[in-house]
Design a protein around this ligand. Structure first.
Ligand code: SUD
Ligand code: ADP
Length: 314
């Protein structure tokens, strides 16, 4: 085999609760991660030259060592030096469809696809769990992106337990092109606010305690009760991001006014998604959001929840 093509889906966070600080600077989380059918396409090809080369159709993204797809390929060359010597370098082509810096794990999914693709090209016979361990070296969301579907993630996000699949549910996804949120900034700001406000203000603490429902949302997922899933969605980073970016808050309000089942910011944002009753309702909501916010800086997608992560294109 000389080349493989893979589909790398985005994720949304149905639930993100920060339960503590860690000594390594990361945060201890309880998340529910969900793959969606909005995806990048990655081609990994053997090269006669002994180096890694990245091509990407999105000029916004680096094609040097700072591209996370490059980092994933470099990790494979250092973990499997004999295979690298035997098979040579790698040409990686990224067709980018997932909005960048959006809270949708586009880069993490590209990295997951490269790990899987290189493993296949080099006949390494890696298991999903071996790929997840490699993925955790690249980023907290990379392990999830490999198997995808619906999962509860703990630790810094890399410890995964599969949940029953929530396939065939439709969402509308909205993201302002010009707003990019830094993930470290979002976590640091949350930590500062938590230390400044929540620890001293019992009312805020009680309000937050009333809003967190990880058990309830897991139960709703197990029962495949979309309305309850929508009711118990939660994201601790929403408040910090929406305080700084009023347009993100406005998106959520527009979705609520249009009568969606539920709406939430994904990850560290700024994407906001709305859970819908049907594909038809999702298309109508998308149409009505566009009518309410004609600003072409706003990207809108109808997308479907899916039960898998990286897939090979036959
Ligand atoms: C917020 C989330 C929610 O799924 O996703 P995105 O919004 O980035 O998609 C994740 O926690 C992001 O995952 P990922 O983007 O892979 O994170 P990493 O590269 O490991 O870390 C980026 C930075 O986020 C912060 N970070 C990340 C994970 C975690 N449990 N605690 C943290 O404090 C740290 O500041 C870290 O330097
Ligand atoms: N292959 C890649 N795809 C997307 N972003 C990448 C990639 N490689 C590096 N990056 C950088 O990583 C950062 C976060 O990207 P992304 O994964 O899209 O964010 P998020 O996890 O918030 O959705 C951006 O600054 C981007 O320039």
């Amino acid at each position: 085999m000389e080349s493989v093509t893979l589909i790398a889906p985005a994720k949304i966070n149905l639930y993100l609760e920060i339960i503590g600080n860690r000594s390594d600077g990361y945060h201890e989380l309880i998340m529910i991660l969900q793959s969606i059918d909005l995806a990048d396409k990655i081609n990994v090809q053997k090269s006669s030259i002994d180096r890694i080369r990245i091509r990407c159709d999105n000029p916004q993204l680096p094609t040097n060592k700072s591209n996370i797809a490059y980092k994933a390929a470099a990790l494979m060359t250092s973990e499997f030096p004999e295979a690298f010597v035997k098979h040579g370098g790698l040409n990686i082509t990224i067709n980018k469809h997932i909005p960048v810096s959006a809270g949708l794990a586009g880069g993490s999914s590209d990295a997951a696809a490269v790990l899987l693709g290189v493993g296949l090209l080099w006949n390494l016979g890696l298991t999903q769990s071996e790929l997840e361990i490699l993925g955790a070296k690249l980023g907290s969301d990379v392990p999830f992106c490999i198997g995808g579907g619906t999962a509860i993630a703990t630790g810094r996000g890399e410890q995964l337990s599969a949940l029953p699949s929530l396939e065939n549910i439709y969402i509308v996804l909205a993201k302002y092109r010009s707003i990019a949120v830094s993930t470290p900034w979002a976590y640091t700001t949350h930590r500062q606010e938590f230390e400044n406000i929540y620890n001293k203000d019992t009312q805020s603490l009680a309000a937050r305690a009333a809003a967190v429902h990880s058990r309830d949302i897991v139960k709703a997922i197990v029962n495949r009760d979309t309305k309850e899933v929508a009711q118990f969605m939660y994201n601790d980073l929403e408040k910090v991001v929406m305080s700084k970016y009023a347009l993100v808050l406005e998106l959520k309000e527009v979705f609520v006014n249009l009568g969606v089942l539920g709406t939430m910011m994904s990850g560290s944002g700024p994407s906001v998604f709305a859970l819908c009753e049907s594909k038809q309702q999702a298309e109508e909501i998308k149409y009505n959001v566009r009518k309410t916010i004609p600003n072409q800086d706003l990207e809108l997608f109808v997308s479907q929840l899916i039960g898998h992560g990286i897939q090979l294109v036959p």
